[in-house]
Write a protein that binds this ligand. Structure first.
Ligand SMILES: Nc1cc(-c2ccc3ccn(Cc4ccc(CN5CCCC5)cc4)c3c2)n[nH]1
Length: 240
């Protein structure tokens, strides 16, 4: 997979070259290009923003600069264009799974109050364009959202995770939050590991883990429980 990011703050994307993702890039599992939007300005001030038509607070990013940058970065290769925005469709694990199958992702990081809508509209005429939100809170720009989304997608690529089974067993994969996890020591600051986890009784352990996941999901994310298809809960599960 090739990933390109266009931003006025390329340094914000430096963490993508660290640790697991950095190793995936070095291993050639993913290619990453980070591009400074200002490279496509032609004025001495390198202006990328202007006042909003119709008034309103802040500034909007100019379409011309974005058009030159995206034309240059995209070239002729097909790609999915991703534009983070507070007004986007929710980015979920399902989105990450879907994008993990893409040959190419190009991320357009806005700043100010966002990017002139015609940039999305123009590229949507010739490629898939997703306006996505990573949560119901307002960031200062798209860069942090891109860090989140790239990490969620790249960890799903074959060969990236040391223990691939965990990508399948991710929380949200069975529709529930994952329950508590424990490791040594068996007792720590007066708190003990639940006996069942040391019993060797794998059926009991699986039941206990599912019960904790249901309990936690009911307490923290009842919306996920409501969204579960009927067959997903067995009679024992329905106690929660
Ligand atoms: N999930 C998520 C994604 C983002 C995000 C992504 C890209 C950009 C580019 C610029 N901004 C700042 C920003 C500030 C204010 C407004 C104006 N809107 C009016 C009412 C609520 C806000 C829009 C945009 C981004 C923010 N934030 N949160």
């Amino acid at each position: 997979m090739r990933i390109d990011v266009v931003t006025i703050f390329p340094g914000y994307l430096a963490p993508l070259r660290e640790a697991l993702l950095g190793r995936a890039i070095e291993a050639g599992l993913v290619e990453l290009g980070v591009h400074d939007l200002r490279d496509w300005t032609h004025d001495v001030h390198q202006a990328v923003d202007d006042s909003p038509y119709g008034g309103g607070p802040g500034m909007v990013m100019r379409p011309q600069v974005w058009g030159e940058a995206l034309d240059a970065v995209l070239g002729d290769a097909p790609a999915r264009l991703v534009v983070p925005t507070p007004a986007g469709r929710p980015f979920t694990q399902a989105t990450a799974q879907a994008w993990a199958g893409e040959e190419r992702l190009v991320f357009a990081c806005g700043r100010y109050e966002g990017i002139d809508q015609r940039v999305v509209d123009a590229y949507a005429q010739r490629m898939p364009v997703d306006e996505v939100s990573i949560g119901d809170y307002v960031l200062v720009g798209g860069e942090v959202a891109v860090l989140v989304m790239v990490e969620a997608v790249v960890r799903l690529l074959p060969g990236v995770l040391g223990n691939p089974v965990s990508a399948q067993e991710d929380s949200f994969s069975d529709g529930l939050l994952e329950g508590p996890a424990y490791t040594r020591p068996v007792s720590w600051r007066g708190l003990d590991v639940p006996d069942v986890l040391r019993s060797g009784n794998h059926a009991a352990i699986a039941r206990w883990r599912r019960d904790r996941a249901l309990e936690r999901t009911a307490a923290r994310r009842p919306d996920l429980l409501d969204a579960l298809p009927d067959h997903a809960l067995d009679r024992t599960d329905r106690a929660f």
